[in-house]
Design a protein around this ligand. Structure first.
Ligand code: SAH
Length: 376
């Protein structure tokens, strides 16, 4: 399950903790306070251009840029939808690996496609180039795993969205990132250390972090039980999402092959433990696939599997209409079947919502990220 080490990106400020940052500054023979200055440039002013670091002398800027804050992500292209409020970005990494991130702004007055409610923005980021989990209905799973991203490569995707929103590059005027979801390419818990470091940087208060609320961060996993247990012990109130997709091991073995290693009972037990440790309601992801996992009896079975000693207070089911992927034999469930699935869950008292399909026409929705340069 370990990713190949080739193509390791250069070390970046964001990959270092506070002590390591101070150490590096000392090693470079720079005054101590340069650390705080660099924090502010990179994490508060969101600037990756040393020319803009005008509070730092020119010579020191060059050293800092090269040794502490090398450029890690190059924008290949953007694709937009929903009146500009959904932006999928394709990034090239230093070794040529490609990943995608998706920025979604909601509740923009005058843009109906952005939906209702208050103005808020979510950025969906990748944690690996490719993915090794091989779920057959997911486009990312088809290409295999290239490599883990570093913490700085993960955070760079968030910084880019934060900068675009701040600078009004997305319709709706100046905005900010409210939510970060690790639901892009890759399995976050298979790249545990870098993901944790990234989340700590995202949620630390300025100037050492981006100052986004941990409650606004969601880590989604296919169900790596040791990773879920470890995450529960970090004292970080992030939301855990578990991609379940089937209530029975026979079907889940097929839809999520890692299930043969950690079956449903173990995944659910770890998820319940996560709730007990953090008090955060766990989100169960379930992509509804026509005639595969959408039968009424499976809705009943799902309700049974999720029932805790105190009912359903620990959990929330998020149904995802299956998004099309190249070469897949599967299609989305019929609307009546979806409604019946929801009704069965609601009758049993299971909290349930249906996820929107933002970005579908630019292959930016769940399970569609494949990061190729081919024009579409
Ligand atoms: N590897 C992690 C993070 C990916 S999140 C995980 O599995 O949770 C992407 C979400 O989209 C997951 O819930 C995944 O199962 C789901 N997904 C994958 N392919 C999909 C598709 N074709 N349609 C809808 N959802 C899909």
């Amino acid at each position: 399950m370990d990713a190949p080490r080739r193509g390791r990106p250069p070390k970046h400020w964001i990959d270092l903790d506070a002590a390591e940052r101070a150490e590096l500054i000392a090693e470079l023979g720079l005054p101590k306070f340069r650390a705080g200055q660099l924090d502010r440039q990179v994490l508060v002013r969101l600037s990756e251009d040393p020319e803009e670091w005008t509070d730092i002398p020119k010579d020191d800027r060059a050293v800092l840029a090269e040794r502490c804050a090398p450029k890690l992500t190059w924008l290949v292209r953007d694709q937009v939808a929903d009146g500009g409020t959904t932006v999928k970005s394709l990034w090239r990494l230093h070794d040529g690996s490609l990943v995608e991130s998706v920025l979604m702004r909601y509740g923009v007055p005058g843009i109906r496609a952005s939906g209702r409610g208050r103005d808020r923005s979510t950025v969906c980021v990748s944690s690996q180039a490719g993915c090794g989990m091989a779920c057959p209905f997911c486009a990312t799973g088809q290409g295999g795993l290239q490599r883990n991203l570093s913490a700085a490569e993960i955070v760079a995707q968030v910084i880019d969205s934060a900068r675009r929103l701040r600078d009004s590059e997305v319709p709706g005027g100046p905005g900010r990132v409210n939510n970060v979801v690790l639901m892009g390419m890759g399995e976050p818990l298979a790249n545990y250390a870098a993901v944790l470091k990234a989340v700590r940087t995202i949620t630390s208060p300025a100037p050492a972090g981006l100052g986004i609320s941990a409650r606004g961060v969601t880590i989604s996993t296919v169900g790596l039980v040791p990773g879920i247990r470890k995450l529960a012990s970090e004292g970080l109130p992030v939301t855990l999402a578990v991609s379940l997709h089937a209530p029975d091991d026979e079907l889940r073995d097929e839809l999520c092959p890692i299930n043969t290693r950690w079956p449903i009972s173990e995944v659910i037990a770890a998820a319940k433990q996560y709730f007990l440790s953090t008090g955060r309601r766990v989100s169960i992801e379930y992509a509804l696939i026509h005639n595969v996992n959408d039968q009424s009896w499976r809705a009943e079975e799902l309700a049974s599997v999720l029932r805790g000693p105190n009912g359903y207070g620990w959990v929330h089911v998020n149904l995802i209409p299956l998004n099309p992927t190249p070469g897949s034999k599967w299609t989305a469930s019929q609307p009546e079947v979806t409604d019946e699935f929801i009704r069965r869950l609601e009758l049993r008292g299971v909290p349930v919502t249906v996820r929107d399909t933002r970005g579908r026409e630019i292959d930016g929705a769940c399970g569609q990220l494949a990061a190729s340069e081919a024009p579409n």
